[in-house]
Design a protein around this ligand. Structure first.
Ligand code: ADP
Ligand code: MG
Length: 280
């Protein structure tokens, strides 16, 4: 980290990812339109298999889109070479994969893990990065800076994994299920750390979770279902997203009452559009 970092915004247009697995293709992400503002905190919420991890991996340049487009800041990831995507991961985006242990060198301390991560930063950038101990201090991790990773609790390992992910001052932090398998105090300590990263450095934060409380804490929740972004919630309001073809994904409780095929009258009054079920 440096003293301050400009948060990077995200924009996805009709983003698709298909896993090609020999016989059958799995369409994991099927046309996601999404906008995240620079410096925003967002939870990506949805049931298992809904495409959250795949979407996050595309945002992090780990998995190339099969179709559609995605920008992080002003760079379009879809058109990037493998080399450019590696550069994106090295210094623009911090990615924490599911399972804290996968993100850390097990036979090293947190301080050594941060130093190691900073070695992948371009030489010209290294001088302006926050030294490992200072970064761990800013994130409240000084007391465990020299404790070998295997001796740390799950919540501590997760916080160290996040510290490592922001070691190179990325404008965007992506974390896949960083609070799963943690008890509530440990979960809250991880969320507190995300707040510090966002407040102090301006980093945009996107967290994949299946815990609605994590969404409440972060402020904005984007729901995924069957590979699509269904609805967006912010400060208690429900949003539906208009797709490029004009389709709107209605909130689940509306769909429960209005099954597919229901005819709906659309009434327009200035900025307001009202939907009413056609009777008879
Ligand atoms: P989530 O993170 O919401 O659980 P994923 O993005 O992991 O969802 O998975 C979305 C869909 O893609 C699921 O049907 C899953 O089985 C499938 N999938 C995920 N990874 C792979 C892969 N490497 N190969 C084939 N299918 C995959
Ligand atoms: Mg997942």
């Amino acid at each position: 980290m440096t003293a301050s970092t400009a948060g990077l915004g995200i924009r996805c247009e009709e983003l698709v990812h298909i896993y090609r697995t020999g016989e059958s293709d799995v369409v994991a992400v099927r046309g996601v339109d999404l906008v995240v503002a620079p410096g925003e905190r967002v939870a990506l919420l949805g049931p298992s298999g809904s495409g959250k991890s795949t979407l996050l991996a595309m945002l992090g340049g780990l998995v190339p889109p099969s179709a559609g487009r995605v920008w992080v800041g002003d760079e379009e990831i879809g058109g990037m070479s493998e080399r450019d995507r590696l550069r994106l991961r090295a210094n623009r985006v911090g990615l924490v994969l599911q399972g804290a242990a996968r993100n850390l060198l097990q036979y090293a301390t947190p301080a050594q893990n941060v130093v190691f991560a900073q070695r992948s930063a371009p030489r010209a950038d290294r001088a302006r990065l926050m030294p490992a101990r200072e970064l761990l201090g800013a994130l409240g991790l000084s007391p465990i800076a020299d404790t070998p990773v295997p001796s740390l609790s799950g919540g501590e390992q997760q916080r160290v994994a996040l510290a490592v992910a922001v070691a190179n001052a990325p404008g965007l932090l992506l974390a896949d299920e960083p609070t799963s398998q943690l008890d509530h105090p440990a979960r809250d300590s991880v969320l507190d750390l995300l707040d510090v990263v966002n407040d102090r450095f301006g980093t945009t934060v996107v967290v994949v979770t299946h815990d609605p409380e994590v969404g409440d804490r972060l402020g904005r929740t984007i729901t995924m279902r069957y590979g699509r972004v269904g609805q967006e919630g912010q400060q208690g309001e429900q949003f539906a997203v208009v797709g490029k073809d004009g389709s709107v994904h209605l909130p689940d409780e509306v769909v429960a009452d209005w099954p597919p095929g229901t005819q709906v009258l659309v009434e327009r009054d200035g900025d307001e559009v009202r939907l009413r079920r056609r009777q008879g």
